[in-house]
Ligand binder design. Structure first.
Ligand SMILES: Cc1cc2nc3c(=O)[nH]c(=O)nc-3n(C[C@H](O)[C@H](O)[C@H](O)COP(=O)(O)OP(=O)(O)OC[C@H]3O[C@@H](n4cnc5c(N)ncnc54)[C@H](O)[C@@H]3O)c2cc1C
Length: 355
């Protein structure tokens, strides 16, 4: 065990996973977060996958993270991913076949199913395609509850969590980040881990570190809880839907969420109407509301995880697909900070790649 005192900024799924892994390793960890449970995290579609046309190293990182969710569900209280699998037919047949061939060659568990099989698995789908891909090893999670569960578990392991506390800047001394500026003054630590989602770039800039990223909005809709209609994550052309354990159907036109446009109410209604038109008994569904999340997205779309260049004492973890990636980023980041060394699966995802 390391005797280091570490401060984590961020209580979304990434900060929560990192904190849990620090606490589990016996480290002295203090968390500061504005929102306990995150900002992007509660507004996520929350599909756990290695899908989606990724290059192989990113696919491998996502696979490690999927295994991480299985491990975390054993090791932490209240972490309950649903391994419901997905049924995907969002690409034209040639595109779907090309995607399937590539991912199969990397070992992904892809099965081609015909129309009859699709309907036996998902009887509520109207206009089912001739064939689709079934990916049994994918899942979903309720993102805010899981972030809260990881933080609560970390607290039991000794982590100290200050929610509702905004950090205004990082504190520097002699070219080293030595702490964070709170309303009560500077709190010092041996290392600072910045996992502040869309705010990461602004906070890093206070230490002179540039994190090239943007945050773009994505809208998802929720129905009122309904009797079970969907058994898998269904990924259709311009429509992704899943039914949460409480019966809500969550949908958007892409797994990144739908562009809200100038009238988010109208956009939500359009997504809802489109979704209902694709489901048997869809006309019985009722729209509960919509949520808009700002996705923290590094400039090239891939994660940024590792030590900041040019300044000591600062480790950065920001990513899109953070619901999928949280267990791997948490495990690898905690190990690198506590033990040194360099996790090879993170090598393509260092801040230094931006030059
Ligand atoms: C619409 C949508 C759909 C998505 N779908 C998926 C999906 O299907 N699968 C998937 O894997 N990913 C998906 N994502 C992405 C995923 O949700 C994010 O990558 C993930 O939630 C990021 O988590 P985070 O902890 O980095 O950030 P956040 O959840 O935003 O948490 C940031 C934390 O930092 C804190 N913070 C920020 N600034 C400060 C400050 N100055 N002082 C103190 N605390 C601060 C906040 O209060 C918060 O606690 C989706 C995102 C959106 C918006």
């Amino acid at each position: 065990m390391s005797g280091k005192h570490i401060i984590v900024i961020g209580g979304g799924v990434i900060g929560a996973s990192i904190t849990w892994h620090f606490a589990k390793a016996g480290a002295n960890v203090t968390v500061f977060c504005g929102e306990r449970g995150g900002v992007a995290t509660p507004n996520s579609f929350a599909w756990i996958n290695a899908n989606w046309g990724n290059p192989e190293p990113y696919f491998r990182l996502r696979i490690a993270a999927m295994a991480g969710w299985r491990r975390l569900s054993q090791a932490a209280t209240g972490v309950n991913p649903q391994w419901c699998g997905s049924i995907c037919y969002d690409l034209p047949p040639e595109g779907l076949e090309k995607f399937a061939t590539e991912q199969e060659s990397w070992g992904y568990g892809i099965e081609r199913i015909n129309r009859e099989e699709i309907l036996s698995l998902e009887p509520a789908i109207k206009n089912a395609p001739d064939w689709a891909l079934k990916i049994a090893e994918e899942g979903m999670i309720e993102p805010r509850p899981v972030a809260l569960a990881l933080l609560a578990d970390a607290e039991k392991l000794g982590a100290s969590i200050h929610a509702g506390t905004e950090i205004s800047s990082l504190a520097l001394r002699d070219g080293r980040v030595i702490g964070v500026m709170t309303t009560d003054g500077v709190m010092e630590a041996d290392e600072i881990v910045l996992a502040a989602g869309a705010e990461t770039a602004n906070l890093a800039a206070t230490a002179g570190v540039t994190v090239p990223m943007s945050a773009s909005p994505g809208l998802i809709i929720d129905t009122r809880p309904a009797p079970r209609m969907l058994n898998h994550i269904v990924v259709a052309p311009e429509m992704e839907m899943r039914q949460a354990p409480d019966g809500r159907i969550i949908a958007s036109t892409s797994f990144n969420g739908t562009e809200p446009g100038v009238d988010p109410n109208a956009t939500a209604r359009r997504v809802f109407d489109d979704m209902c038109s694709r489901l048997v008994d869809g006309d019985r569904l009722e729209l509960e509301g919509y949520r808009i999340g700002y996705r923290p997205i590094p400039e090239d779309g891939f994660s940024i995880v590792g030590r900041a260049k040019g300044v000591e004492g600062l480790y950065i973890a920001v990513t899109h697909s953070g619901i999928t990636l949280a267990p791997a980023i948490g495990e690898f980041a905690a190990k690198e900070v506590l033990e040194g060394g360099s996790e090879p699966r993170l090598a393509p995802y260092r801040l230094s790649r931006f030059g």
